[in-house]
Design a protein around this ligand. Structure first.
Ligand code: ASP
Length: 584
């Protein structure tokens, strides 16, 4: 071994031991008679001392070491006179007796420190250097712990870890597939799985009644901070269960992760129906770290001569505690915010319930003190509070108010990343109307079962059918979702019909699954958690990239290995693929 200890290991109790360490030169300081080097590895940093008086040649050699050189050092553990209480090895140092340069390093293009001077693109290009930095090392350590804790938990519950193929046939999860041409089957393609959905269901038919996998999924969709073209799920399925059993099992997993990883005891997760989530928070992933629930006001605001409210399908507001002294400028800022094209509100109405009990609103012309009192009473407002109201078409206005609510939550400091408020959102609609294509599509996926009591509605009012589908939401982030599945051929066929598939199309794409349902398919259901997302949430960040060793950038590129990239003509010929040649 090129070392006896790691750079994070030695303590005051190791004094006088002769040790060998290996690592990277983080920095060196030359103080005339002495040279100090901070030696770093994955485990920490240890200070090395070279003494000019006693070891002149060695000290001169040490002075020549550049940043990120890889060295091996042999020496004696000594007590430091100048202790550093910030690091675990801060009470000792190594009095060097010998060094070996294991490899030199070019000067890195950015500083390898907690707060680096490197821009995002540069750090992505040299990801292997960025990964040497503490914040990323910690992120990957957290990811590892989350994975191992998940595996241990599910193993104890009797789940089998079973791999499913990556070269498959398209499984619709609402995104585009990445496709892979097959050389041996000219003009035919595999698709990379958007999830192992159909395979895990087939495993249930096969009798493996508790399955899990920490698995890569691939979706070709536009990227955001919390999306990557390839990402990882904790994917699970169980047979002989009902919705409650699944919620219990995976609430158990989540609580276990909170306890083991963060040392936190979290209360039982509340359940919220999808329709309530939309009505009270304007979102299917409400952040319930704070209240600020929506209050509907149509009956109190209409017929007072204010045309905008009179014509609105929904008039709805929130109460911001203690903000009645917001200035004109602050209110204008909020108005500008909700009018941004991404949010799209036309305007914002405010009512200040002043500390002296008086009211000041942007609609004083239409509403007298008594009217305003009634409105603020509905919010249970106190003097000093501020009411913010939006109006318009129900669905749109709820979405807009959701954005405003989150912004006010930020401003009031209600969204502390160290506080966790999980909940299950349940009873999602089965189908969602797709304006662009003029038909319904599955809100979760086509294998989700309708609530038995709603099946009749499929013929009369498909939009009203509720599904046995659920999402786990934590702090406004959708951590995962799942459903009880259809396990009967006829119902699955009916579902495809409502999704606009012809019988032939359904058979061609999903015949294998419907056929399997005819060979003793047990009732089953499952869930998948976004592993990158739950890890970044535990890490207190909203960028999943920091928790993935080698992520893609916003255009789906890996700038380190420079891909996607062209392939050779010979490869294309072999695949019988013609591509439009780039002009340069
Ligand atoms: N396959 C689903 C997804 O990726 C999860 C599930 O229904 O289990 O969202």
């Amino acid at each position: 071994m090129l070392r006896t200890h790691t750079c994070g290991e030695l303590r005051i109790t190791d004094i006088d031991k002769t040790v060998k360490l290996s690592g990277w030169v983080q920095r060196s300081r030359d103080l005339g008679g002495m040279t100090f080097i901070d030696l770093r590895d994955r485990y920490g940093i240890t200070q090395l001392v070279f003494n000019m008086e006693t070891h002149a040649t060695l000290c001169k050699k040490a002075r020549k070491l550049g940043r990120e050189y890889v060295i091996q050092v042999e020496g004696l553990v000594a007590e430091r006179s100048n202790k550093n209480t910030k690091i675990p090895t801060g009470e000792i140092e190594i009095t060097a007796e010998n060094i070996v340069v294991l490899n030199e390093s070019k000067l890195p293009p950015f500083t390898i420190e907690d707060n680096t001077d490197g821009g995002e693109e540069l750090r992505m290009k040299y990801r292997y250097l960025d990964l040497r930095r503490n914040p990323l090392r910690k992120a990957l350590e957290l990811r590892h712990k989350m994975a191992i804790t998940t595996r241990n938990y599910l193993d104890k519950q009797g789940f089998f870890d079973i791999e499913t193929p990556y070269l498959i046939k398209s499984t619709p999860e609402g995104a585009r597939d990445f496709i892979v041409p097959s050389r041996m089957n000219t003009n035919q393609f595999y698709a990379l799985p958007q999830s192992p959905q159909t395979f895990k269901q087939l495993l249930m038919v096969a009798g493996y009644d508790r399955y899990y996998q920490i698995v890569k999924c691939f979706r070709d969709e536009d990227l955001r901070a919390d999306r990557q073209p390839e990402f990882t799920q904790i994917d699970c399925e169980m047979a002989f269960v009902e919705q409650e059993d699944i919620l219990d099992m995976f609430e158990g997993l989540t609580l276990h992760l909170f306890k083991e990883i963060k040392g936190m005891e979290i209360d039982k997760f509340p359940r919220m129906e999808y329709s309530d989530a939309m009505k009270y928070y304007g979102s299917d992933k409400p952040d319930i770290r704070f209240g600020m629930r929506f209050v509907e006001l149509n009956d109190l605001t209409q017929d007072k001569g204010f045309a905008i409210f009179d014509q609105a399908e929904l008039v709805v507001g929130i109460k911001a505690d203690g903000l009645s002294d917001y200035s004109r400028k602050q209110l204008d800022q909020l108005t500008d915010l909700v009018r941004k094209p991404q949010i799209g509100a036309k305007g914002l109405v405010y009512i200040k319930y002043n500390s002296d009990g008086s009211f000041k609103s942007s609609v004083d012309k239409f509403y007298n003190t008594e009217d305003l009192q009634k409105i603020t009473d509905r919010f249970e407002a106190k003097p000093g509070d501020l009411i913010l109201i939006l109006s318009g078409e129900t669905e749109k206005v709820r979405k807009q108010l959701n954005e405003l609510r989150l912004e006010m939550g930020n401003r009031l400091g209600y969204r502390n990343p160290n506080v966790f408020a999980p909940l299950w959102v349940v009873d999602f609609p089965l189908l969602e109307w797709d304006e662009d294509n003029g038909r319904f599509h599955a809100m979760h996926h086509p294998f989700t079962s309708p609530k038995p009591e709603d099946i009749a509605l499929l013929e009369t009012d498909p939009g009203k059918v509720r599904a046995n589908a659920y999402d786990l939401v934590i702090n406004g982030v959708e951590i995962g979702g799942g459903s009880i599945r259809i396990h009967n051929r006829e119902l699955q066929k009916l579902m495809f019909k409502h999704l606009g598939f012809t019988e032939e199309e359904a058979q061609a794409q999903f015949g294998f699954l419907m056929d399997a349902f005819e060979y003793g398919a047990p009732p089953h259901g499952g869930v998948a958690f976004g592993f990158d997302r739950i890890t970044s949430l535990f890490g207190g960040s909203d960028s999943i990239r920091d928790y993935i060793a080698f992520p893609k950038n916003n255009s789906g590129r890996d700038v380190m290995i420079d891909t996607p990239s062209l392939v050779s003509q010979a490869q294309l010929d072999e695949l019988m693929l013609n591509i439009v040649k780039p002009t340069k």
